[in-house]
Write a protein that binds this ligand. Sequence first.
Ligand SMILES: [Zn+2]
Ligand SMILES: [Zn+2]
Length: 355
Amino acid sequence: MADKMMACVRKEPGVLVVEKRNVPVIEESMDVILKVRLCTICGTDVHAEELPLPNVAMGHEGVGEIVDMGDGVEDFMIGDRVVASCMLSCGYCASCQQGEPSACLNPQGRVQHGIVMDGYQAEYVRVPFAPFSICKIPDALSDEQGILTGDIFSTGVGVLERAGMKVGDAIAIFAQGPLGLCVTAAARALGAGLIITVEPDPFRRKVSKKMGANIVLDPTDSDVVHKILDITEGYGVNIAVEAVGKEETLQGAFGTARIGGAITSLGVYGFDFENLSIPTAHDSIVPDTFYHRKFVTTLCPSGRYRLQRLLDLLQYGNVNLDPLWTHTMPLKDILKGYEMSKDLKSKTLKIAVRP
Ligand SMILES: [Zn+2]
Ligand SMILES: [Zn+2]
């Protein structure tokens, strides 16, 4: 194994470079070292570019081959092709033991690649607490299918699970970026009834149909809240999903969730809630009051057996995430990929980046 590798590194807030750095080595008994086969750029990476933690290799989504492992790692072998959860977990704390590893309470466990520790936009990466956070990818699935279970597909399924989705539920999803599109695919796979999506970009609207949306609305040419209320005979939807982290989409979700329903949000919020009003246009008895609805937020549900379930769903279920992959590029060109990810006109959803 070489001792130097290429990596995309946050040198200082807002400054990314592709440079040579040392190949990581085993530090703890539960570590594995992966030779990265595939990584990608997430909306979270675009936020993470600005973090005040310098000299960290970027990226929290990756598929790799195990090239080294600590002596505490069982069940895995050198050469295994694995995906890792984007949120790591210790396996021992109360949250981990109670089935919520993404809420890991152990500060040593709750670290994230590309945020505080070197991530997957590199030729090699170290994964701590690996047995709790990595899963073998079956031969029948591609790297591109596998990698999505580590973050956005798990999140897409998770927002619906945390909202308590039932078969046949009417669901509205505000914003159809890669994450919102994963919610659409997940809603279809989990047995939603009517799926209404809201997205200003025509390319993303087209993909939204492919992923399972029944009705796709453009927020720039209609009052979408009233349209969704009309479509649902004034009641609103069972679950309204906010999928971008903007005030207007969150307001749309609040305005369209029916009484007894749920608002669920997976956005990374870059604003405070000062101006948020809670419209309930469909509630004529107590106007502008928000009651008897459930509001849940969701980070990415994680852990080895979570990955296993999602890989099974991709292998044996009825869900096709391939339309998300719009571009491919080598790691040395990844800075161009960051520019494309910020530019809506580039028709970029997920970029397959290979070292
Ligand atoms: Zn992500
Ligand atoms: Zn834990």
